[in-house]
Design a protein around this ligand. Structure first.
Ligand SMILES: [Mn+2]
Length: 325
């Protein structure tokens, strides 16, 4: 029903602004660019505006020249629809959220179970692997042909959000979509290499240093660590240190929950960003929700006020409580 409404809104309106969450990864970039190409194909005007820069690791994605950063000129543009992708709440897209006031209609397209349904149209499907899989479905619904660039964008988004088809959010429909996208000439092993490999040497050394500091709790069922913004700044900028760190922690034998505390990442120094990953048994969306955040059952995050020590204590106590209940 919401998909039908969305398709109607895309046909009816003329000018679109597309955005996504900060710290964009291939699902965010892939879904916004694929939606951009769909709108252009329908003869619409569209711009993509994000409140963050694209990291070098994702430079292989086609069409990045259409992805703009927020600036003072853009702030005054008026448009019909504010399309926001892969965001559980409006604040996830940073300052771009203020541009919502320049439009008449907010189109909320997302697959997070914690989505706050803040749009005029809320097409939210927590059963979908990724926002990119949703945009694939939109192309089908609107009978817009998929070209090789769009196939690469959507495949990269789907593959990244499913950990290359390993996570529990991978369905038979996900594989069917991926199979069709591969048929357009996408090179899957090259996407894998771009996203998970091609690690610059100095970044590997930094990751190794951080990995040596991990701690475990609850007889190894929880593993956690913290990271400083200054450490991330030392990386080449082509490498998502936090993401690789979490993937490694999550893969440790016996681990049910991996937690990464990020110091000085937000605009406010008195808050800590916390990322959670689960092997599936523990619902980390509800843990993040308890602290005012959200996400998915197996991957979520929250921003929590307080010192690193205080936040660590509260979060680990909550996880202990969840594991024991
Ligand atoms: Mn996503």
């Amino acid at each position: 029903m919401q998909l039908k409404k969305l398709a109607a809104a895309l046909r009816k309106n003329k000018r679109f602004l597309i955005t996504t969450h900060i710290s964009m990864e291939p699902d965010a970039l892939g879904s916004e660019l694929a939606l951009y190409f769909l709108l252009r194909r329908l003869g619409k005007e569209a711009i993509i505006v994000n409140d963050d820069k694209v990291i070098g690791e994702y430079a292989f994605l086609p069409g990045l020249r259409y992805v703009k950063r927020l600036d003072s000129r853009i702030k005054n543009i008026r448009f019909d629809c504010f399309a926001i992708l892969d965001c559980s709440d409006l604040s996830r897209c940073g300052e771009v959220a203020n541009l919502k006031a320049n439009s008449r209609l907010t189109l909320n397209i997302d697959h997070h179970i914690s989505n706050a349904l803040f749009g005029n149209i809320n097409w939210v499907e927590p059963g979908m692997s990724s926002a990119s899989e949703m945009i694939y479905k939109l192309y089908k619904k609107m009978r817009v042909p998929i070209n090789k660039d769009v196939a690469l964008l959507l495949f990269s988004g789907i593959a990244t959000d499913t950990g290359f088809f390993r996570y529990a959010n991978t369905s038979s429909d996900t594989h069917k979509a991926a199979a069709e996208l591969l048929g357009h000439g996408v090179n899957s092993s090259s996407v894998y290499r771009h996203v998970y490999e091609d690690v610059p040497f100095r970044d590997a050394i930094i990751l190794a240093g951080e990995l040596s500091k991990i701690k475990s709790d609850c007889q190894g069922r929880v593993v956690w660590s913290s990271i400083r913004k200054a450490t991330v700044k030392r990386t080449s900028g082509e490498f998502d240190l936090g993401d690789h760190f979490l993937s490694f922690m999550r893969a440790i034998k016996g681990v049910e929950v991996a937690v990464l505390f990020k110091e000085n990442f937000g605009r406010d120094r008195k808050e800590i960003k916390v990322n959670f990953r689960s092997q599936g048994k523990v619902d980390v969306n509800s843990i993040a929700k308890f602290f005012g955040g959200g996400g998915h059952r197996t991957a979520s995050g929250a921003t929590i006020a307080g010192s690193l020590d205080a936040v660590k204590k509260r979060v680990l106590a909550k996880i202990r409580g969840t594991l024991l209940s």
